[in-house]
Design a protein around this ligand. Structure first.
Ligand code: SF4
Ligand code: MG
Length: 334
C-alpha cells in the first residue's frame, strides 16, 4: 500500500550562535494509511523535533528544515508557507501534545475553542458547529458536553483536557494524528484510559497514528510498526513483533532491557548508562551511540553507520549489521 506520510532524508537544524546544529539528521521512514507507528527513544533524541517538522511548527527564529522531504499523500510539505499549512493542520493532519494546557487558550471556553477548529475548515452554521462539538465530546467519552462547552480549561482535570484535545484533533476526520507523549503528564490510570481512547478513535475514524513516546510499554500496547531514534537518527525500524522479539541495534536492546518486568521485584530500574549527546556535542563522525554501546569497536568512531535493511522490513544503523562492511568485524561480533 502507498505511504500516507513519507519522510525522506529529513534534516532539521537549529541555528545556535551562527552554526547549524542538527536535531534531526537524515531521518527517513513512512506511515501507511490506518497504521499505528510508534517513534521511540529517550528524550533529546529528536522525536519531537521530527514531528514538529512534519507539522511545520518549528520555532521560527532559529529552527528550520534544512534538507529532505515530508511527503503527505505524495505532496511535499517542507516548502509550504504557513498559510498553505493552515489548510492542512487540523484537517488532514492533527497533533496532540504532552501538556494540553499549553495548547488550549486559558481565557476561552472549551466550546469556543472547539467551534473554532470547525469554523476554520467547514462552512457549517454556528448552531450546527456547536452541535458537532458536543457530539465530538461524547465521542471522546465526555458525556456532559453541554456543560463542558461553557467551562474553561483550568476547570478540567488533565485527563479531561487531553480528551478535549483529542476531540479537537479528530473534528475534521484527519487521515493522520500525531501524538507526542500524549499521556506522559497524566497519572497511570488516566494514561491507560487515554491510550484506549486513541485506539478506539483510530479505528472509528480510520486514521493513521504516529505516536511519539519514550515508554516501551505503550509501544507494546499500540504499535503496528516501530521506529527507534537515537541522537537525531533512526537506528532501527521494523514491525512491533520483530522490535520486541528480535531487536538488533544495541540501543534498542538497551531500551528493552530497561523496561521493568512484572515478574521481577526490582528496587532499581535498569537504566542505560550515559546520556544522549546534546545538540552542541554531537560527534563529528562515527556512530552516535559509541560511548554508551556495550558492543562498540574502534571502527565505530571512524565510520558513519548507514541505515540498511538486514532483511525485508527490518532496518538497522550499526556496523555490526552493515552488509557493506568488511567481513572481519562481522565474524567477530555476530
Ligand atoms: Fe555500537 Fe558500533 Fe553498532 Fe554503534 S556502530 S551501535 S557503537 S556496535
Ligand atoms: Mg519530546
Amino acid at each position: 500500500q502507498d505511504a500516507l506520510l513519507e519522510i525522506k532524508e529529513l534534516h532539521t537544524g537549529f541555528n545556535i550562535d551562527g552554526k547549524m546544529h542538527y536535531a534531526v539528521k537524515d531521518v527517513s521512514f513512512s506511515v501507511k494509511p490506518k497504521e499505528v507507528v510508534c517513534v521511540v527513544g529517550e528524550s533529546g533524541c529528536g522525536k519531537s523535533v521530527m514531528s514538529l517538522s512534519v507539522m511545520k511548527l518549528l520555532p521560527k527564529h532559529n529552527g528550520k528544515i534544512d534538507k529532505g522531504q515530508v511527503l503527505f499523500k505524495g505532496k511535499d510539505l517542507a516548502p509550504l508557507t504557513d498559510k498553505e499549512m493552515n489548510k492542512i493542520r487540523g484537517k488532514d493532519i492533527s497533533m496532540i501534545f504532552q501538556e494540553p494546557m499549553t495548547a488550549l487558550n486559558p481565557v476561552m471556553t472549551i466550546g469556543w475553542q472547539m467551534d473554532e477548529v470547525l469554523h476554520n475548515h467547514t462552512d457549517s452554521s454556528n448552531a450546527e458547529i456547536r452541535k458537532k462539538s458536543i457530539s465530538l465530546l461524547k465521542q471522546v467519552g465526555i458525556s456532559r458536553g453541554e456543560q463542558i462547552v461553557n467551562e474553561y480549561p483550568h476547570q478540567l482535570s488533565g485527563g479531561m483536557r487531553q480528551r478535549v484535545m483529542i476531540a479537537m484533533a479528530i473534528a475534521c476526520q484527519p487521515q493522520l494524528l500525531i501524538a507526542d507523549e500524549p499521556t506522559t503528564a497524566l497519572d497511570v490510570t488516566v494514561q491507560a484510559q487515554i491510550l484506549e481512547l486513541i485506539t478506539k478513535i483510530q479505528e472509528e475514524v480510520g486514521m493513521a497514528v504516529m505516536l511519539i513516546t519514550h515508554d516501551l510499554g505503550v509501544v507494546a500496547e499500540m504499535a503496528d510498526r516501530v521506529v527507534v531514534m537515537y541522537a537525531g537518527q533512526v537506528v532501527e525500524e521494523s514491525d512491533a513483533d520483530r522490535i520486541f522479539y528480535e531487536p538488533k541495534h544495541p540501543y534498542t536492546k538497551a531500551l528493552l532491557s530497561s523496561i521493568p518486568r512484572m515478574d521481577e521485584n526490582r528496587e532499581v530500574l535498569n537504566t542505560i548508562s550515559g546520556i544522549v549527546p546534546s545538540l552542541k556535542n554531537m560527534p563529528e563522525r562515527g556512530c552516535r551511540f559509541v560511548n554508551r554501546c556495550p558492543e562498540a569497536m574502534p571502527e565505530c568512531s571512524e565510520i558513519d553507520p548507514e541505515l540498511g535493511e538486514t532483511e525485508k522490513g527490518h532496518s538497522v544503523r550499526c556496523i555490526l549489521y552493515d552488509v557493506s562492511m568488511p567481513d572481519a568485524s562481522k565474524e567477530v561480533h555476530q
